[in-house]
Design a protein around this ligand. Sequence first.
Ligand code: ADP
Length: 804
Amino acid sequence: MMEPLQEPLFQNLFNHLAEPHVVVKADSPRFTVVACNKQYKAVSNTLNKDIIGMGIKEISDLKNANYEGDSIIEKALNKAIETRQVVKLAAVRYDIPSADGLQMQQSWWQTEYIPVLGQNGKAEYLLCTIHNITEQVTSKKNRERAEQQEKALRKEQLLNEELAETIKKLEESQQNLAKLNNELEDRVASRTKALSDSEARFRNMIEQSPVAMLVNKGDDLIFEIVNQPMLKLIGKGDAIKGKPLYEAIPELKGQPVVDKLYHTYQTGEEWTGYEQLVLMDREGKSYQGYYNVTYKPLIENGQITGVLEVAVDVTEQVQARQKILESETMFRAIFEQSPLAFCVLKGRDLVTELANDNILKLWGKTRQEVIGKPQTVARPEVQGLPWLKLINQVYTTGVTHKNPEFKILMQQDGKPEEGYFNAVYQPLKDAEGQTSAILVILEDVTDKVKAQQQVDQAQQQFRQAVDSANMGTWSINPASYQLTFCNRSKEIFGFSLKEDVSNRWAMNAVDPAYRQMVRKAIAAGIEKHEACDLEYPIINHISHERKWVRVTGKMFFDENNRPALFSGLLMDITTRKLDDIRKNDFIAIVSHELKTPLTTLKAYAQMLTVKSKKAEDVFTVVALEKVNSQVKKMTGLINSFLNVSRLEAGKIHLDKVNFSLDELVKERINEFALTIKSHIISLSPCGPLTVFADYEKIGQVINNLLTNAIKYSPAGKRIEVSCQSEEGMARISVKDEGMGIKAHDISKLFERFYRVEGRHTQNISGFGIGLYLCAEIIQRHNGKIGVESEIGKGSNFWFTLPLS
Ligand code: ADP
């Protein structure tokens, strides 16, 4: 059966109703929709949705869309069913989905529910008329809200006015406060400034102070302010600023001066200490200083906050005083222990204030007898003595007086004895510079004076001896080269006795050929302290006579071992020299004259030897050999004499060449070995020794030494020859195992015609010219010659030559 509500007529009528209408079944609580007109669909935003058959609450998809509305509508529907009367509801809020169905839209409705009764008289359907009053409600609400807003606004305005008033008052009070604050701040600032000014002034004052000052603050005594003089005084740098005392200067721990600092900090008691010893490290070394120190507590707001320290360095003064003390002690020690004799005589009366043991001994008095008493009372014997006068003079003039080597009669074991003293009388002055006492110092020089007297005496005797031997003396000051001649020397040279001799005069008087030699000897004497013994001719200044002089000299040294005087003797040896010259001339002539017959003799002997050998006349051959050897010996002898006379006349000529000295030595040894069978000659080998010398003459020297070694040692003994190089010199030595030479002969061996006199030598022939010639030859080659010998054991003759 077709539902009447579905019928087209009803549908048309229903859709044409101006008001939105819905018909629902009275199937509470579902209330199934059975019809709805277009208006309803329009206002309920369900145009595109078929809501027929849906429960009233299902119209909205959104769950619990408006529960309150639902329940009111439900109640109203049920009421209409129950009462079968129309139920009209006041405005109800029932939110519906928005047109897009996505959200809910606040909606207000005016509804009417008319029950449609069935045959049984019961409500079968319910016709719901729905007026959408959302707009009215909303506009009303708006108005109300506007009213409320206006009210609120008015209220707010009222409130605002009150607030403005309050704010104004607040602002005023704030201004007042700000003013007050500013005033306060100004006051605080000026107060702070005043405070910081005063602190700055305080700091400034300390920092600028020439006196060493510092401020330690707090329990750790932090270095708050330290000025430069203080830094200098404690020998530290700026680094200590801001550091606690013990961190900055740990070495101060435990020192009394720091204990006092803590004491002041803790008790507030001011403290001053003089010459306080403080030990501090300076550049890694412990330094000991003395300081006058003052500690003053720093009080802020009634509290001790630190200590102000002022210090003055008095190290120098303290040390100076210590030194004075030391020197006083030293002076006393010197005074008491000195080998000198001292006394201090005070005042015009010369009251003995101090006297050491030495002077008491000299005076022969005890301390009690002299101390505190005037000299004339304690020692009446001094009355009228010259020294009393001298001391008075020193007192008056204030000038020190020295009295060298002055003689006094001392009391020695009760006997007066002569003594010599160097005396010094020294005025001691008071603060005003006035002499208040005299220091008497006596140095005992008795021994020295007596020794000098002996020397003087010896010198006098020597002078007498020199005078009687007709010898002169001379000396040269090694510092100034000033020459001094005694009168005898002046006479020999023919100089005026009244005038000093000038070096030039003396040198001009020397034969020009000898000047070089004289100069050399003087230079060697002064510079190398070599002794000299020269013989040379001079021309007498007055008589122009040629004279020969012998000059000996050596260096004399002072007590400090410094060269004092190069001096010696000067002898006129003209007579002896002329004799020698005559003798030489004679020897030269004789030697020369002997040479020609000897050469002839030699030639004939050789011829005869040849003849005798042919005739086999053995006796004659042997006899002629002997003649030959004697002729050879004689030739050698004559040659030596000729050499001596040439040498004396300065005519010896050196023919120098470079040659090997070791070869020469070997050659000579070999030659000797051929003829000498009595001795064993050995040579210890050496390297090449080249010398620039006269080959013949050096050969002669070697021959001479070998001949002597054979001559003066018994047959069968060894002769050792050695050669070596030594400091640029070639050294040849010939050592024998012969009789040896006495020490006193050694110095004279190289003199002309010197022969050792004795039992051993009397049977050995010779003239004493061999070694003389050797020495002359070696010296002319700038070499040296010498001998070491021991009697009974043998001699070792040697010579040296410069290596070329
Ligand atoms: P001579 O041998 O002709 O006497 P010398 O001048 O050669 O002259 O020697 C001088 C003196 O030196 C000798 O008389 C001798 O007494 C001594 N004499 C020289 N050589 C030796 C020596 N090897 N041993 C000991 N005495 C010597």
